[in-house]
Structure formats: structure tokens, C-alpha cells
Design a protein around this ligand. Structure first.
Ligand code: ASP
Length: 439
């Protein structure tokens, strides 16, 4: 058995946390490939090293003095090295970083140093090989991740090593310039490594004991999810559930490698298993609820729209021409509504409206702002009657007006549109009816 283990920033924020991580790795010799994040927050209002690096580089880019900012970063690492009593100096590395900052090596290079340095410390602490992610993770010139080349290089490199530490979050383009994934991207690195070594499991260690059924900022102590499928997770992650980067499932998904979300501060907890398919029934009809605020609905009306072939395409073309992606398109006989992200749409709204008039010649167009979308997700919904009915009666009892309903053909999720102001109430009502009423 081979396990790839990724540790998030809060699991590596201090020497004390590093020791917990060391214990977890040593407790199981199958944990042979390790992907660390940069040191995260040690306490609530602490600053992540990644954010310190961005801020420091901004000074460098503007030609301002960044010595003190870099020194504060150096101290974060030194504190870990001292706390672990390692015989390691990062002085040479910091000299290179300082010089590269002066030479304006780029924001991505700057941010990547957080994981790079933490990787060096981790490899030294564990006695594992260090593999620089810039050598094995490749990006195309246009900034897109080069999956094929990466998989080949990563496989070649790791096949000869019994163990290795591969820093998360970054790789490099062919011209050697460093490029990062989007924030939280170490999750993706872990998944890439798991795929390349054909791991039996990808353990993703963080500071919560797995996925929760709903957002704990809205629901008091929500229950956690024991098993969730990739597909369910994709729906929830897309709608704002944040434990794992939304792109992290793709590399392992193609190989059927399960992801186990674990808690560094409670290693005895089983956490959440993310799997391709399962015969395990989830405890409740629904697996999870997630949602996002900040959508706009563009309502388009035209008499006899239903018989005009190509009307929908023309409307969507106006969005496409303005580079706006749409979320949902519920329609009626003479109406069609397009849901879009408000922040993306607001600066271009008049262009889109005139585009729709020009292309599709509708009777009226009305824009409704400040809407939220909520996804109720669950593989159990397919086999259960009355799920939609229960959701809508719960919402009605809580005085929430439903603006839109969309059930995907997979019957895996039901999407509900409500006013931003009703968002929290709606989530509470749905959680209550499916989870609390079942206890
Ligand atoms: N350190 C990076 C961030 O803060 C990447 C990661 O932690 O996955 O986003």
C-alpha cells in the first residue's frame, strides 16, 4: 500500500504542529509521499506565510524596501527550525529569494517560496528526499496546467524514490518561470502525486474532521459526512463548500483513488471518505447543503418564444460575446431566465442587454439582483420520493420565497434560488428537516 499525504497550512504553522505531522507520518510506513503547504495561521488573527510573501513581493515590485517584510518571513521558518532542533540553515535560500525579488521574479515565484521552504524543512525533519515541484509539475505557456507532461515527469521522478517530500501549490512553465495554482492549490498537487504513484489512498490532512453537511458558520455544530462521491463533492465544492480545492478531485478521479479528509489535531477521527462510487447509504437522504450569494437573474420575455427555434442560443450568445458564463437557465413558455454571477455581470450588464435585444429581439428584459443559489446534494435522493416536496414545505414554513428551482437530470442535486437575505434561513430550514428531524 502506498499513501500520499498532504498537510494544509494550519497543520504546519508551528514546530508543535510539525511534530504532530511527524507522528502521523511515522505511525504508518505507507505514508511515503508527503505534500506540504506553506505555514498557515498559528492563531485566529495570525497571517499566513503565503500572504506575507505576496505583501513582501508587492513592496519589491514597487521598488520599496522589503527587508523587514522578508525578515518577518525568515523568522517564521526559523521558529519552526529551532522548535524542531534541526541542523538546517535557510540562509542561502533567503539570499536567492532576496535577489530574485529584486529582479522581479514574479508574484507566483514569490508565493511559491512558502511551500518550497516548508518542503525543505519537512524533508530534513523526516529524513525524506526533497523533490522541487518546479521540476515535476508543468504549466503551458498560457498558464494552463499540462496534465500529460506532469504525469509523465512525476511518475519518472518518483518511481525511483522510496519516499519524498514534494511542496504543494506550484510548478513551472517550460521557460522555468514558476507558476502557482489558485489559492489552496496544494490540494491539487497532492492529487497529482497520488495519481502518478498510483496511490491506494490520498490523505488530505487539515484542521477539521472531514466535510460537514452544512457550513458551520450558519448551522451550529453540523454533523460530518462519512462518505461522499466525487460527483456529490463536485456539486458541493462548486457551490462554496471549501474544505478541498474544487479542482483537486480530477487527477485522482480518473484513477479511482479515494481521498480521505483527516484532522491533524484529531488523528483518531476517521474523517470523510471521498470515493468514486459506494454502496454505503448516507445517513440522511441528503449528503450535504452548500450555497453562494451574489447572483443576478436576467429575465427575458417574448410572446411565442416557445415556437421560435434558436431563441435560447441567440440569448446565450449575448452572454458569450461578453465573456460571461451562466449558471442556470430555467425557462417557461414565453420566458427564459439566465442566472449569472453578479460581480462578473454588473460591469457589462448594458452591453449584454443590448446584445440580447440585437440578437434575439425579445419583448422585455428585466434584471433581478442580490440572489443566492443553494444546492441540496445527495445520491440518496434518486431512490427517495418526496425530497423536493420536503424542501419546499420547509422553506414555505420558514417564510422563504423560492425564486428558482432546478433539478439536474442525475437527480443528484436540487438547486434553489432565493433572495440573498433569505440565504441563511433557507439553509437552516433544509438542514432541520433532513437532519435534525431524523435524529
Ligand atoms: N499556501 C497556499 C495558500 O495559502 C496554497 C495552499 O495552502 O494550498 O493558498
Amino acid at each position: 500500500m502506498k499513501k500520499v499525504v498532504k498537510f494544509g497550512g494550519s497543520s504546519l504553522a508551528s514546530a508543535e504542529q510539525f511534530k504532530k505531522v511527524g507522528d502521523i507520518i511515522h505511525a504508518d510506513k505507507e505514508r511515503c509521499f508527503v505534500v506540504p503547504s506553506a505555514p498557515g495561521k498559528r492563531y485566529a488573527d495570525d497571517t499566513k506565510v503565503t500572504d506575507m510573501l505576496y505583501a513582501c513581493y508587492e513592496l519589491a515590485e514597487k521598488g520599496k524596501d522589503f527587508k523587514a517584510a522578508l525578515q518577518a518571513i525568515r523568522e517564521r521558518y526559523q521558529e519552526i527550525i529551532d522548535g524542531l532542533a534541526l541542523n538546517l540553515s535557510l540562509e542561502g535560500e533567503f539570499k536567492v529569494i532576496e535577489k530574485s525579488f529584486k529582479n522581479k521574479a514574479g508574484r507566483d515565484y514569490a508565493a511559491s517560496r512558502g511551500e518550497y521552504l516548508n518542503g525543505i524543512i519537512m524533508a530534513n525533519y523526516l529524513g525524506y528526499h526533497f523533490v522541487d515541484a518546479a521540476e515535476v509539475i508543468v504549466f503551458h505557456k498560457n498558464g494552463e496546467f499540462d496534465e500529460k507532461k506532469t504525469n509523465k515527469l512525476m511518475k519518472e521522478k518518483l518511481s525511483s524514490l522510496e519516499n519524498a517530500v514534494i511542496p504543494g501549490f506550484y510548478g513551472a512553465c517550460e521557460d522555468k518561470s514558476v507558476k502557482t495554482f489558485s489559492r489552496g492549490g496544494s490540494d491539487i498537487t497532492g492529487s497529482i502525486v497520488a495519481r502518478a504513484v498510483k496511490a491506494d489512498v490520498y490523505e488530505n490532512w487539515t484542521d477539521v474532521s472531514g466535510f460537514l453537511i452544512a457550513d458551520p458558520r450558519i448551522i451550529y455544530k453540523p454533523e460530518s459526512i462519512e462518505t461522499i462521491t466525487y460527483k456529490e463533492l463536485r456539486e458541493l465544492a462548486y457551490m462554496g463548500a471549501t474544505v478541498l480545492h474544487e479542482d483537486a478531485i480530477f487527477p485522482v478521479r480518473s484513477e479511482g483513488i479515494p481521498i480521505n479528509i483527516r484532522n491533524t489535531n484529531a488523528p483518531e477521527d476517521e474523517g470523510t471518505w471521498i470515493v468514486e462510487s459506494t454502496c454505503q447509504k448516507s445517513k440522511y437522504v441528503i449528503t450535504g447543503i452548500a450555497g453562494k450569494k451574489g447572483f443576478c437573474a436576467v429575465n427575458i420575455e417574448k410572446d411565442h418564444m416557445n415556437s421560435e427555434i434558436g431563441f435560447g442560443r441567440k440569448v446565450l450568445q449575448a452572454f458569450e460575446e461578453n465573456g460571461i458564463s451562466f449558471e442556470h437557465v430555467p425557462s417557461g413558455i414565453d420566458t427564459m431566465t439566465v442566472f449569472v454571477h453578479q460581480d462578473e455581470f454588473m460591469h457589462k450588464e448594458q452591453k449584454v442587454v443590448s446584445g440580447i435585444h440585437r440578437l434575439a429581439d425579445p419583448d422585455t428584459i428585466e434584471i433581478e439582483a442580490d440572489l443566492a443559489l443553494i444546492a441540496v446534494v445527495g445520491r440518496g435522493m434518486r431512490a427517495t420520493r418526496g425530497t423536493a416536496g420536503r424542501i419546499f414545505s420547509a422553506l414555505a414554513h420558514s417564510n422563504v420565497n423560492v425564486k428558482m428551482i432546478d433539478q439536474g437530470s442525475s437527480e443528484l442535486n436540487i438547486i434553489i434560488g432565493v433572495a440573498n437575505a433569505d440565504f441563511e434561513t433557507a439553509i437552516k430550514a433544509i438542514y432541520d428537516i433532513f437532519v435534525l428531524c431524523q435524529l
